[in-house]
Design a protein around this ligand. Structure first.
Ligand code: ADP
Length: 849
């Protein structure tokens, strides 16, 4: 008998629809089967589902652990052939069942009743059936009850399916949602990478509190801070010094007006842990709005253009270029702000996902469009970026985008696009840069290079250029799909720097070769940096520390105060620094004479920045000088003794001649005496010089009336000098605390020079005048005057003006030198005013009491 219905194929498809085949037992179905055994008082009840080859028991009471049976053997195969209940009250009497193994075999089935499970669209997919090993009577009412049970089971199956569908639907929704979120994440990630890779400093500050939410690498570099030091902090807590600058008010205004603010080339001072940083920046503050249209955060973007400004100042580059750079920069910033804002909004929308599937689909569609837009924006932004950028796509690194800046940098056209990296730039193939690019692609780690040399063929010429660059992997759905490269060429800056370095090196070489020590004292940090030659001069080992205090201790005591005074004179009054002193070597204990010459320098802002200079050894010259001084001292001393006795003899002869009235002899002796006086004063001069230079001149200071001293000197000199008229002008009575002998020597010297260098019969005026806490003495003559070129030098040792007049006048050029030294030692000043042919006035001042 044929047990396969005509529509079996279709029927089996319907059965599969219910997703119930081969599933584990469930209570509802077990309970119906149990209920059937109790209602009909039979040992066996089943809920069966008739599949293509076998019958699966969803519920099985009384048939042991069997889960399925052959379709050919099962009586349920017959029960699904028509919608009525199939009943065999005594199976052994049914002709069609005589061959059935259940009936004929060991099992000994006698009774079977099965009601088909009929789907809402009329397919019979299984049964609820009862079985017994005894024959039974089965009434029409029994059939109705069994049919009722099968309806309950079918309802249950339908319900179960809709529950399953519901769950699956939910799962699909969840998956779609996750996918959408991933795509948006990837978009945002790319966006962030780009923000981070750009050399534009960017930060997002939330709320009027201005809490830093995002700060990209370039921003952190400008700030000189790590992200831990800034993220989540108020901007005014990070930079308290901004409080007194216009920025906080500008930011507060943006919250009120919602207007973007852009300022170019402004100077800012930023405090960094390494000290204050002064730099030029272009910056822009753009508002980010929330859904109600209120300003929620501010995107600040800053580009450090210090180098640009400095380079421009250096190279006097055209201002127009800067202008267009600014405009481009502003538009890039606007785009960045806009896409950031939109991404933020898109994200919020997703958060408020609707339960309705339809809605989700719609918003998904929306977001995918947005992503496509953001992709376009990404491309557009790169194309218009003022910085050279390119995108390489895929494992073969195909040029996908090469923006105009980059084309210019590579000196290539747009035909690069679509070529592989190596096809486009074959010269890269054996350079380290290529490994770096592959590494970024394979590891997904971004790479930042600074001052890297790369050889490029540009306009047919291969040359090495220097570049700063950032390689950022582009990641989509967790997979690396490309690399974004941002490149700045710095070849020119490097060339300038190299040239500077070369010049500096040359200078250093020559300084070292000349055995000249150099030092550098940084005023702000008070650090003292001596060169190795300087260490050598002070007897230190080259790798040893040598500081300013140690050096002072090595300088001989009598010179120490002079050096300290000179240094502080330079530091506080800007005086020139030039000192000579002996110093004892730290290790070798050798005494070296050193000369130090230094200078105070200002930085670009005009602030004092450092005090630096050179030190050379002058031991040999000094020793020569000392030997010379010793010799002069000895000779002068030896000459003095015979001169003294000569003078004695002359006096003796004079008194004798006076007695005998020999006028000729008296006259001759007088002239001889004058010459002896001249000679004595010359010898005294030499002695004084040598004493002075060996530091043996001492002042015996006592208070005395200077006006009286002047009177005395003039009286004395008028007695011996008839050739000139010498006047003392009426002046002030002044008391000074000074060495009267030495001051007298200065006045005498002025007067004897006035006599020497002015014509016979001319006038000489001496004046004394108190000015504030000083007194000024002047000696005025009507003599030959002094050439302006000689004015500064006549106070130098052994300096004499060379002209025909002076040649006939005796002298060694030490008188004024001694005067100057004496005046200096009294904390005074000495100078001369003179007109050639008209006369000179010599002045000196010293403090009064
Ligand atoms: P000297 O022994 O040569 O006079 P000084 O040191 O006293 O040495 O003077 C230095 C030089 O200054 C002189 O050689 C002279 O040329 C110039 N000089 C000094 N006083 C006068 C003066 N009153 N008028 C013109 N020249 C003078």
């Amino acid at each position: 008998m044929n047990i396969i219905p005509e529509n079996d194929q279709e029927r089996i498809e319907v059965l599969k629809r219910y997703k119930i085949l081969n599933t584990p037992p469930e209570h509802t179905f077990d309970n119906v089967a149990k209920l059937a055994t109790q209602i009909f008082q039979v040992p066996i009840a089943l809920v069966s589902l008739v599949n293509a080859d076998e019958v699966f028991f969803k519920a099985n009471i009384g048939m042991g652990k069997i889960r399925s049976t052959d379709r050919g053997k099962s009586l349920c195969s017959l029960a699904i052939l028509h919608p009525e209940v199939t009943v065999f009250e005594d199976a052994t009497k049914e002709a069609c069942l005589l061959a059935n193994p259940l009936v004929a075999g060991e099992f000994g089935l006698k009774f079977y009743a099965g009601a088909p499970l009929i789907t809402h669209d009329g397919f019979m997919i299984g049964t609820v059936c009862i079985v017994d090993k005894k024959t039974r009577l089965f009434t029409a009412q029994d059939s109705a009850i069994l049919k009722g049970l099968s309806t309950i089971v079918m309802d249950e199956i339908e319900m179960r399916l809709s529950a399953i569908n519901e769950v699956e639907k939910q799962q699909t929704i969840n998956k779609l949602e996750i996918k959408a979120r991933e795509q948006i994440e990837a978009g945002r990630h790319r966006m962030e990478n780009m923000v981070d890779a750009t050399s534009l400093g960017m930060t997002v500050m939330r709320g009027r509190e201005l809490i830093v939410e995002i700060a990209n690498r370039a921003m952190l570099a400008i700030w000189n801070r790590t992200s831990e030091q800034v993220i989540g902090k108020r901007i005014l807590d990070i930079f308290p010094e901004l409080a007194n600058q216009p920025f906080p008010q500008m930011l507060a205004d943006i919250f009120d007006t919602g207007k973007t603010v852009a300022i170019s080339e402004i100077e800012v001072d930023i405090s960094t842990p390494q000290g204050n940083k002064h730099t030029y920046v272009n910056f822009k503050y753009a508002p980010i709005f929330d859904r109600e249209g209120n300003v929620e955060s501010i995107v600040a973007s800053v580009i450090d253009i210090n180098e640009i400004v400095l380079t421009r100042q250096l190279l006097e580059a055209s201002e127009e270029e800067q202008q267009s750079l600014n405009e481009e920069l502003n538009s890039t910033v606007e785009e960045l702000a806009a896409s950031n804002e939109e991404l933020g909004a898109a994200n919020e929308e997703l958060m408020a996902t609707n339960d309705e599937l339809a809605d989700i689909h719609q918003s998904l569609h929306h977001k995918i469009t947005e992503l496509a837009e953001s992709e376009n924006r990404f491309r557009d932004m790169i194309e218009r970026s003022p910085v050279a950028m390119l995108v390489l796509r895929g494992q073969d690194l195909l040029f996908e985008i090469v923006n105009p800046r980059m084309q210019k940098l590579l000196s290539k056209g747009p035909d690069l696009i679509g070529k592989t990296l190596i096809e486009g730039l074959p010269e890269l193939s054996n350079q380290p840069i290529i490994d770096i690019i592959y590494q970024v692609y394979s590891t997904g780690e971004p790479y930042y290079g600074f001052e890297r040399p790369v050889s490029l063929i540009r306009n047919g010429i291969e040359a090495t250029g220097y570049f700063d660059f950032a390689y950022t992997p582009l990641v989509e759905n967790g997979k690396i799909t490309g690399i974004l490269q941002v490149v700045t060429e710095i070849t020119e800056q490097i060339a300038i720097r190299k040239e500077l370095q070369k010049a500096e090196e040359m200078l250093r070489f020559s300084i070292e070769a000349a055995n000249v020590g150099t030092w550098y004292f940084d005023i702000a940090s008070e650090t003292f940096k001596p060169s190795s030659s300087m260490k050598k001069l002070f007897g230190y080992l080259l790798d040893e520390e040598m500081n300013y205090q140690d050096i002072l201790q090595q300088i001989s005591e009598e010179y120490r105060t002079k050096v300290i005074a000179a240094a502080s004179g330079t530091l506080y009054k800007g005086a020139s620094f030039s000192v000579e002193f002996p110093a004892t070597g730290y290790h070798d204990q050798k005494v070296r004479w050193l000369r130090a010459i230094g200078k105070l320098d200002h930085d670009a802002t005009g602030k004092l920045s450092h005090f630096s200079g050179v030190v050379i050894e002058i031991t040999e010259q000094k020793q020569d000088e000392i030997r010379k001084n010793d010799f002069i001292a000895m000779v002068s001393h030896e000459l003095k003794t015979p001169l003294t006795s000569l003078k004695g003899y002359m006096q003796l002869l004079t008194s004798k001649a006076k007695k005998s009235g020999d006028n000729f002899t008296i006259n001759a002796l007088q002239r001889g005496n004058t010459q002896i006086t001249k000679m004595t004063s010359m010898i005294n001069g030499f002695l004084n010089v040598s004493r002075l230079e060996s530091g043996k001149i001492y002042l015996e200071k006592k208070p005395f009336a200077l006006d009286l001293l002047l009177l005395e000197i003039i009286e004395e000199i008028t007695v011996t000098t008839q050739s000139h008229e010498i006047f003392l002008l009426p002046g002030d009575a002044v008391t000074v605390n000074a060495d009267a002998d030495k001051i007298g020597q200065v006045v005498n010297n002025f007067l004897s020079n006035a006599v020497k260098y002015s014509p016979v019969g001319s006038k000489i005026e001496v004046a004394i005048q108190a000015v504030k806490d000083r007194v000024r003495i002047s000696v005025k003559d009507e003599g030959m005057g002094i050439n302006p070129v000689d004015l500064d030098k006549i106070f130098d040792r052994f300096y004499r003006v060379e002209n025909q007049h002076a040649q006939n006048i005796s002298g060694f050029g030490i008188g004024l030198y001694l005067c100057a030294e004496i005046v200096y030692r009294h904390d005074g000043r000495i100078w001369v005013e003179s007109k050639i042919g008209k006369g000179s006035t010599f002045y000196f001042t010293i403090p009064t009491i």
